[in-house]
Design a protein around this ligand. Structure first.
Ligand code: NAP
Length: 329
């Protein structure tokens, strides 16, 4: 691709481009004519499965979010006009085992990126992937942009830091910096450690005779689950406004793990009750207040609505898992 083409195209830099959201956002931005540059962690440069199909259309740099000079060299080289910060180990239980690493990546990584923007490309627009985990044990239901923070794990605490740092650079340095308070969003590219994918994969594998049962924790836990493809569209919309701001991105509806099992197994012609066992040792006490987002601000100011609803999402994931089994058999 020649330099002249780059001059006329907006450039987006995506940290953690190899993850679920990085891959969907890349596809979305390529369709809009962006030059897409992404970073993947230097601890795992081989992890490009989700972006393999677009590798010849994007540029990928190895990333060291602990090295300020390295980050700034990426900004000097590509001069992005939009920056989306997704880099994370998003399995939040891992943050209990490695709280220092979680803080370095999820919290300090944000400051490093904002510093690079402030020094090198102050006109660039910044999206921070904040999380519903900042509400942890929520003080109100549903949660909105004004709900007090009450995180309950190192992941959530670090996300609060990143969230507040984006606001700090917006207010003190005049940067166009926004936080999207993301409630759970899923897809066929969701990592199998998450309960949604665990269930859709198991339904497909049991249907194909590869497994016999699925052991889960509390089937009555409820979550606000949306489709990742819808959420990346909202992230982009957030960076196209006249003024920067923070937005809850959520469906506003909850479904139980049991609903998910029912939907996934019935899609392959099975009754989940014959295959799903509830494990008492991984049973957590019932949640007293629900994590469920109020997306009114996004609806009113961004004109955003989720297009893929729960049933369609679950079916899409099961179909993709069936397809993967057929392909690799
Ligand atoms: P994901 O699939 O886990 O993607 C995160 C990416 O960041 C992975 O490719 C990971 O690479 C990479 N990464 C990890 N450590 C890194 C480091 N030190 N430097 C650079 N990259 C690093 O997560 P996602 O679902 O796309 O989520 C995107 C963002 O939204 C994350 O910040 C997440 O915390 C946030 N979020 C997501 C949800 C959700 O429901 N999906 C909800 C709330 C917030 P490796 O896998 O190779 O380590």
């Amino acid at each position: 691709m020649g330099t002249q083409t780059h001059i006329s195209r907006p450039t987006a830099l995506i940290t953690g481009i190899g993850g679920q959201d990085g891959s969907y956002l890349s596809e979305f931005l390529l369709e809009k004519g962006y030059r897409v540059v992404g970073t993947i962690p230097d601890h795992n440069p081989a992890n490009i499965d989700r972006i393999r199909h677009i590798l010849d259309m994007i540029e990928v740099a190895e990333d060291d979010l602990f090295d300020q000079e390295h980050i700034e060299s990426i900004f000097r080289k590509y001069r992005p006009s939009e920056v989306y910060n997704f880099a994370a180990n998003s399995v939040l239980s891992a943050s209990f085992h490695q709280p220092i690493l979680a803080t370095m990546v999820l919290a300090m990584g944000v400051t490093r990126l904002l510093e690079a923007i402030r020094k090198i490309t102050p006109e660039a627009r910044f999206f921070q992937a904040s999380s519903s985990e900042i509400f942890g044990k929520p003080r109100e239901v549903p949660q909105s942009e004004t709900t007090p923070f009450h995180p309950r794990n190192p992941y959530g605490v670090s996300k609060v830091y990143g969230h507040l740092m984006a606001i700090t650079y917006r207010e003190n340095h005049g940067l166009y910096a926004c936080s999207g308070i993301l409630f759970n969003h899923e897809s066929p590219r969701r990592s199998p450690e998450f309960v949604t994918r665990k269930i859709t994969r198991a339904a497909a594998r049991i249907r194909m005779g590869l497994e016999r049962e699925l052991r889960l924790g509390n089937l009555d836990s409820r979550r606000d689950w949306g489709f990742a493809g819808d959420y990346v569209r909202a992230m982009w919309l957030m960076l196209q406004q006249d003024q920067p701001g923070d937005f809850v991105l959520a469906t506003g509806e909850t479904h139980s793990v049991r609903d998910l099992c029912e939907e996934a197994f019935s899609h392959v012609g099975l009754d989940y009750r014959d295959f799903v066992a509830q494990e008492s040792e991984s049973f957590r006490p019932p949640e007293t207040a629900q994590l469920v987002g109020n997306p009114t601000k996004a609806r009113e100011l961004l004109g955003w609505e989720p297009r893929v609803h729960f049933r369609e999402l679950v079916r899409m994931m099961v179909d993709a898992d069936l397809e993967e089994i057929r392909r690799t058999r």
